[in-house]
Write a protein that binds this ligand. Structure first.
Ligand code: F3S
Ligand code: F3S
Length: 112
């Protein structure tokens, strides 16, 4: 899968969303997350991100490796204020912004 990492926090450029053929890039509150089961590894999102937040899982820089698990946690863990995990919604546009983040992302300092 491809992964969105910390540089997306508070940027949310959303250029990646326009490129994704399977609509598997979902919006939290402070960043977007790629669904690891819905992503088909087409790679179209990676070059369009202006802050280079997107990586193939095996290419994540060391400081961003926690985001592989964290993108998955956004879907398969419960999130603050939600009783049920999101699971596999099958499309980000229909779901809309979720409005919350994983604990890791929520704890990031505000972008300068
Ligand atoms: Fe974030 Fe880059 Fe997409 S800033 S919303 S990963 S284009
Ligand atoms: Fe979509 Fe990027 Fe995966 S464009 S299919 S999230 S590699």
């Amino acid at each position: 899968t491809y992964v969105i990492a910390q540089p997306c926090v508070d940027v949310l450029d959303r250029a990646c969303v326009e490129e994704c053929p399977v609509d598997c890039i979902y919006e939290g509150a402070r960043m977007l997350y790629i669904h690891p089961d819905e992503c088909v590894d087409c790679g179209a999102c990676e070059p369009v991100c202006p802050v280079e937040a997107i990586y193939y899982e095996d290419d994540l820089p060391t400081e961003h490796t926690p985001y592989l698990q964290d993108n998955a946690d956004f879907f398969f863990d419960t999130l603050p204020g939600r009783d049920e995990p999101l699971g596999s919604p099958g499309g980000a546009a229909a779901l809309g912004p979720v409005g919350v983040d994983t604990p890791l992302v929520a704890a990031q300092p505000p972008a300068p």
